[in-house]
Design a protein around this ligand. Sequence first.
Ligand SMILES: C[S@@+](CC[C@H](N)C(=O)[O-])C[C@H]1O[C@@H](n2cnc3c(N)ncnc32)[C@H](O)[C@@H]1O
Length: 220
Amino acid sequence: MYERLAEHWWDPRGPFVMLHWLAAARARLVPRGPGDAVLVDLGCGAGLLAPHVHGYHHIGVDLSREALRQAGKRGVSTIEADVLAVPLPDGCADVVVAGEILEHVPDLTGAVAEACRVLRPGGLLVLDTLADTALCRFVAVVLAERVGLAPRGVHDPALFVDRNALVSQCARHGVHLVLRGIRPSLPDLLAWSTHRGRPVRMVPTTTTAVLFQGAGRKKG
Ligand SMILES: C[S@@+](CC[C@H](N)C(=O)[O-])C[C@H]1O[C@@H](n2cnc3c(N)ncnc32)[C@H](O)[C@@H]1O
């Protein structure tokens, strides 16, 4: 599906618009790197994160060849691979990012294990994804598709992420993951609904039951 919709990745009014807002919000959890640090972006898509992170050698891993081609144009070093079998050595990354990918992978345990494997001790894991709740199924599928914030059929709710399982899988690999809920700013969303094209800020919210971010450092 991502391959089919690939022409829309960088369209600020297109079906991936919310991914642009999420990339900006995700990048706020990534400190500026020293220049030679390595950031591995799992499920990087077309590299929407690239304009927002600085001071890293940005390596993107994805299955979609066309998305990777576009990410390459944004300065991302690309690897065509499954996030469940990342062809990178253990502990090679100072930062591992998994933005809006875990809800597309049928093996959460395997994906978390790979993310934590490539992360060096002391390195930072940053992610965002969708929670396995009835509220999320309604908001992220029914509502988001209806208002054009998600392409139709892009999400399989059966793959939405169990937050307790995610936190405990990360802990097994030495990463103490802290979660926080996020949502689009309502005034921004209102403005966007009349003048599409303006970016919408993602803001913290009290619940992690829909869309949430996670961040944590690996012990060591
Ligand atoms: C929702 S998009 C997120 C893209 C990017 N992280 C962003 O936030 O802009 C999901 C991406 O994951 C990729 N993907 C899905 N399953 C994958 C897998 N098993 N291994 C690697 N990439 C995968 C898709 O091709 C798509 O580019």
